[in-house]
Every structure is written in C-alpha cells, then in structure tokens.
Design a protein around this ligand. Structure first.
Ligand code: MOS
Length: 743
C-alpha cells in the first residue's frame, strides 16, 4: 500500500503527481476495495430513534440468513476495554454496539458480519430493534444556548479592552446575525476499515486516516494491547477534510469483530452512514457587533458564536479565533456558547473555526464598508494589523497587503461601481465582492528516513498520509531538490506505522512538518555522501572541500567544475554498501516561540444574478495567498482551488439538515447534499506571494490545506449584495433566501 512506488522515467518531465499514473489507470485502490485471504464483511445497523434506549434486539432472522457469521449488539456485546470517551481533542466519543443508551439517529446498535458484503447488507435489514424512545432535543434555538467552561481547550470567553464603551462611542455601528447549516465533508472515498489479526495480540488495520499513529493510539486501550502491536496502514485516500482525523466506531468494530471471529473483517460505511457516523461541521449562529469611526477604522468587535453540539460529544467550531487576531482592533470580545442536541457528533471540517468565523466577520466588515462608504479593500487596509493584536507578537511573516494589491489588480477591482445593482452584463446583475482569508500556521515534529539507492535514485519514508492533497509529491519534490535528483527518481513511502513517525495530516500542518523532516533528512544524506566522496581516492571529488560540493543533475560535483563529478550509484558501487541512509527528526525551533504564525490571503469573487429568477452563479474568482514558500506548485493549486470550490459550495449549495421530528439527518446522499459540480465552478485565477517563512519550518511553508476555503463564502455573499442590494446572512444563498430577505 505504498502510495508512490519508485518509478524512473528517464528524461521525462516531472509528473504533476508522483501517484498520478496509478490513479488515472485505476491501480490506486481504496481500503474498501482491499481483499485479504479469508476476508468477511461487517455492516452496521443504525438506530431508528434519536434518543432513548435499546430494549431488545431480535437477531434471529439475521442469524438464520445465508452466510451470516455473527450479529453483535447489546445482547451479544464485543469485548472492549478502555474508555469510549475521547482521550484528546482529536477524537470523538464512541458508541460501538455494546451499550443500550441511544444519543442520536443512526448510532450503531448492531454489527452484522457475513461471508459476503451482500449477505451482510441483507442480514442487517433483518435485525429488528425495540426501543424505549425519549423526547429528543433537535431544535436549534440560539437563544437557549449555554456557556461551557472550556471551549476548544481554552476559556469560552475572551476579552481585551472595553467593548461596551467603545461601541457606545462609535460613530457607526453594525450589528448582524449570520447562520451556517450543518456541512458534510462528503469526501469521495467512503470510510472503510479492514482489520486482520496475526495472533491474539497483534493486528493490522487498514484504515484511510489522517494520522496512522493516532489510529494506533486510539485503538490500543480499547483493544487492550500496546500501540506498537497495531500496524496501521493508510494507503491511497480519497479526501478527508477532517472527517478522517478521528477514529470512528466502524474502525473499532472491525478490529473487535475480527478478533472475535478469528478472521479479517472489513466494515465499509455506505454514503448514508457517512452522514451519521463520521462527523460534520457544526450548525452555528453568529452575531457580529462592530463599532467604527466614519472612516471605517474599527474600534470594537463583539463576536458571539453559538454551535449546535451533540449530547454525547461536545465538539463545536471555534469560530471566534480569526476575530481576535485579524485586524488591529483595540476592543474585542469573543464568546462561544452551545446548544446541546441529540444529533451525530460534529467534528473538524476544513478550516474548523476560520471557515464559519470568516464568513460572519468578513460579511460584517462589508456591511460596515457599505455603511461608511469606504471601499471594502481600503477598509481592510485601514484596519491592517502590523502585529498580532491578540498575543502582541510580531508575525513570522505577513504579505497580506501584497495579496490585496495583487488580487485586486488582476481582478480589475478599481473599475467597481460600489452602488448595488449598478453593474450589469447582458441583462444579468453583476456583483463584485471580496474578503480576507486567514488560517493559523501549525507545525509539529516528524522524522523522515532518506536512502540513496544503488540505481542512483532515492527513497523517502515517513509515516504521514496523503489524503489526495499531494503530500507524497511534495515530499519527493523537496527531497529531489536537496539531493540534486529528478522528482521521478525519488520514491516515497508513507501511511504505515512501521515507518519513522510522521506528521498528522490535519490543521494544514502536513507540509510544514513533513516537508521539514524530509528536507533535513535529505540534507543529512547528501552530507554523508559528500563526506564519503571527498575521502574516497577513487572519487573524482577526492580531496575537494566539502562546503564546495553541490548536488545537481543527479549527482554531486564541485561548484563550478562539472568535471569533478560523482554519482550516488557510482559511490555505492565503489564502496560496496547497499545504501547511504539518514534518519532525522525535525521539530519546531525555539525561535518559533516569539512569533505569531498565520497564512493570509485575499479572495475576490464576481457573481452574476438573473434578476428575474434570482439564480446566482459565481462566474470569476481571483485569489492571492501568502502561505510562505510553495513547495509543489501543481498540487498547491489543487489544494487552494479545492478550498475555494468548497467555499463556493458553502456559499451557494451545501446544506445539511436534521428533521426536527425524528432527529434524523435528512440529507442522505450526494443528490440531496449538493457539493458543487463542474458547471458551478468558474475558472479560478490563483496567485501567491513569493515568500519563505524562516520561523515556521525548514521549508518556509505556512500550509495551504485550509486557507483556501476561508473568506470565500463571505466574498460570494458580499458580491451577491453588490449585485442585488439584498444581504443574505443565512447560508446557503438560495433563490428562496434571496426572495425572502429584505432589500
Ligand atoms: Mo483538517 S479540518 O485539520 O483535516
């Protein structure tokens, strides 16, 4: 399951993706397609009530059905140890099928295992459950919110300065409430786990995951074995967006059932179950109150956030984060409250916090721009923060002014007539809107191993994962540059707990963390090779000063003298060793502590609106990002454009919903949960500032997985207001909402 086997293609141009050929030829399989000897199939039976308890489970008919090996339920529990409560902020509360308590519709109440997937699906339909139903809380009423003591690991309320006084003194005041429905990750690849035990104490778990070590760590106490006895493999992954960042019930169920039955078990969630059992972005209500001078300089912001959280879990989006640091505002309050409902657990979803938070904040700023008559870009420049106003620290790097200027120039913003409904094109209303993008730059520790091989290429290994983001391509690109090799001469091994500890693929920290480890390890391997060459009498580099030897064109040579040149392959042959190898850990440096680290950007959107039908089309997007150094331009474009597309979905089409009578998530597939299709998406003109952030990481990158989505929904909503004069504050912006909203 190595996502990027080493492949050499001679003088061919570097591929866009090292795994591209495998993907387009269908050779790259997902976990749900994996077959192992003796494999049997588990199907989860979900609760038909949202709150109450399981009184009885009738499994007779299912057990009598063809091919059925076992039906696990509260009446035939799976032996589990440890706690179902989350051990850390990454994980969510589990249910498995042992308890009788029901907290949400779709919660696992039984697991049917049969010889074939079809037999398991059929038998699952024969399980009947008698419930004691209790009245579920399903209505999201922000006014009934409660304040938790802690929220997302910090106090739920934050304040600096005196917001009340500053609001009272403000010349202009904007107050508005914004809502966001449940959003679903809707990754292409369904969640699936294959668990196979070697003996009672050792198991291999194939699981598409954002962190293989995290999966082993979560499973260990539940299975009652040490984490090092659990080999987790995450091969090709078809998107995660946060939904594959936690261990969910199906993974634990597969491992437990496989041990009970003494056979490998595969549990695949169908598209409907993904909506119930793998998290979503919390539904939220936000109120922004801004106080400003007539010149648009903001003196005070109050940002109240109410999330809908699950009764059994408590995860909500920390949407106030960006409000505390993005603008130079002296008086700021953010407060996170919550309404507890009997719904599936929410979890991280692309830019958790910043995606919803930037929608409210950047719409409110646009409302302030309208109220003051100050141009939206100029308004943001007047409130630009030269250092982080929350921590007081300088930025590790910030090129946001450049982003506004470059994107505005490319977009043609100067030609904008600010009056709503003033711009038209062939009978359609045209609207131009913009917003700021921001996301924290995180970085962790990771180890990479780099081997120089007898065929002249190299192999890089680190236990991170590639969700489809291009992580493997980025790792090959970074190593190739350090070793003087072509990208196609570098193989990458990832997604296996047996490899050196790698980066978690979340929080946009994969490239900053893994990229650093790969760069440092590749440099160490190169230094070893150079040392060996200059001491080897048979090398053309014998006696050369080490500091003057550079890696270039597939080998090492004396700077400025290509006649003094050696190759890794020739060295290994002469020395009679199989590989030259370096394994190095790279961790955040001490210098990092003194800086505030964030990526930034500017999003500009043009919408066209049919004045009679009120249909909205995002026709043009120009965005510029300050994400530090861009390591792999092709895959970076994929990440940034992907974020923008998900932002357009958030703005215009995506809407999850819970039926208040049953507590059931009523979007069940991709025909009623509308992620954008090609026809919804315009050409996206992407720009980035050239920069190297020396404090975040050895590769100078600030992360690109999440910043792309931030600000997009606001830029679209602001453009819709400009086109129509109608301010829609509830997402998605549908025809019905445009009709209903007051002009
Ligand atoms: Mo991301 S929401 O940290 O996968």
């Amino acid at each position: 399951m190595s996502p990027a086997p080493r492949a050499r293609h001679g003088a061919q141009a570097a591929p866009a993706r090292v795994d591209g050929r495998l993907k387009v030829t269908g050779a790259a399989g997902y976990t749900a397609e994996l077959w192992v000897e003796g494999l049997v199939h588990g199907v989860i039976v979900g609760s038909r009530i949202a709150r109450g308890s399981v009184e009885a489970v009738d499994t007779g008919a299912a057990e009598a059905a063809g091919g059925v090996l076992a039906v696990f339920s509260p009446e035939h529990p799976l032996p589990v140890q440890g706690s179902l409560e989350p051990p850390n902020f990454l994980d969510r509360t589990l249910h498995l099928v042992n308890g009788r308590r029901v907290d949400h519709f779709g919660q696992p109440v039984a697991l049917v295992v049969a010889k074939t997937a079809e037999q398991a699906v059929h038998a699952a339909s024969l399980v009947t459950v008698r419930y004691h139903e209790e009245l579920a809380r399903t209505r999201f009423d922000a006014a009934a919110a409660e304040t938790p003591e802690q929220f997302a690991g910090r106090p739920a309320a934050y304040r600096r300065g005196d917001v009340d006084a500053a609001l009272a003194a403000a010349e202009v005041r904007v107050e508005a409430a914004y809502t966001i429905p449940m959003h679903h990750h809707a990754a292409m690849e369904p969640h699936a786990t294959v668990a196979a035990w070697e003996d009672e104490r050792h198991v291999t778990v194939h699981d598409p995951s954002q962190g293989v070590a995290a999966v082993a760590g979560r499973l260990a106490p539940l299975l009652g074995i040490p984490a090092e006895n659990i080999r987790v493999l995450s091969g090709f992954i078809g998107g995660g967006f946060g939904s594959k960042g936690s261990v969910w019930d199906h993974t634990v169920l597969a491992a437990l059932a496989a041990r009970e039955l003494g056979r490998p078990v595969r549990v695949v969630l169908d598209r409907r179950q993904l909506f119930d059992l793998t998290g979503h972005r919390a539904r939220s209500w936000q109120r922004l109150t801004l106080g400003a001078g007539g010149d648009g300089v903001v003196g005070a912001i109050r940002h109240e956030v109410v999330n809908a959280v699950a009764a059994h879990d408590g995860f909500g989006d920390p949407a106030g984060g960006a409000t505390r640091m993005l603008y130079a505002v002296p008086n700021v309050e953010t407060a996170h409250r919550q309404v507890t409902l009997h719904v599936p657990a929410a979890t991280f979803m692309r830019a958790p916090g910043e995606a919803p938070g930037s929608f409210a904040l950047e719409c409110a700023l646009d409302e302030l721009a309208v109220a003051t008559g100050v141009d939206p870009v100029e308004l943001r420049l007047r409130n630009h923060a030269d250092r982080d106003p929350e921590s007081g620290r300088p930025w590790s790097s910030k090129r946001l002014r450049e982003c506004y200027a470059l994107a505005a120039e490319r977009f043609g913003w100067a030609a904008r007539d600010p009056r709503p409904r003033s711009m038209t094109d062939d009978g359609l209303l045209v609207g131009w809107g913009m917003a700021t993008a921001t996301y924290p730059a995180y970085r962790g520790a990771a180890t990479a191993r780099v081997r120089l091989l007898p065929d002249g290429g190299a192999q890089v290994a680190s236990a991170t994962t590639d969700l489809g983001t291009g992580m493997a391509t980025m790792m090959a690109t970074v190593a190739a540059a350090e070793l003087g090799l072509a990208v196609t001469d570098v193989g990458v091994e990832i997604g296996d707990t047996r490899l050196p500890a790698g980066a978690f693929s979340g929080g946009s920290m994969g490239a900053t963390t893994s990229g650093a480890a790969v760069r440092v390890a590749a440099a160490a391997a190169r230094v070893k090779a150079v040392e060996l060459a200059v001491e080897d009498e048979a090398s053309p580099l014998y006696g050369a000063p080490e500091s003057e030897v550079v890696a270039v064109d597939g080998g090492i040579e004396l700077r400025g003298d290509p006649s003094r040149r050696d190759t890794y392959a020739a060295m290994l042959r002469r020395l009679g060793v199989p590989v030259i190898e370096a394994t190095v850990e790279a961790a955040p440096g001490e210098a990092a502590g003194g800086y505030s680290m964030h990526a930034f950007g500017a999003q500009f959107v043009e919408v066209v609106v049919d004045p009679e039908l009120l249909t909205v089309w995002a026709r043009r997007v120009v965005a510029c990002f300050d994400a530090g150094r861009i390591l792999s331009p092709v895959t970076a474009r994929g990440q940034l454009a992907g974020g923008i597309i998900q932002g357009i979905g958030m703005a215009l089409t995506e809407e999850g919903a819970v039926d208040e009578r049953s507590g059931r998530v009523i979007v069940r597939d991709l025909s009623d949960y509308h992620i954008p299709v090609h026809a919804d998406i315009p050409a996206i003109d992407l720009l980035w500032t050239e920069g190297f952030d020396p404090y975040i990481s050895e590769v100078g990158a600030k992360g690109i997985g999440e910043i792309g989505i931030t600000g997009v929904a606001a830029a679209v909503a602001n453009a819709v207001h400009h086109a129509t004069g109608v301010r829609v504050r509830d997402l998605p912006i549908t025809v019905e909402r445009l009709l209903r909203a007051p002009v």
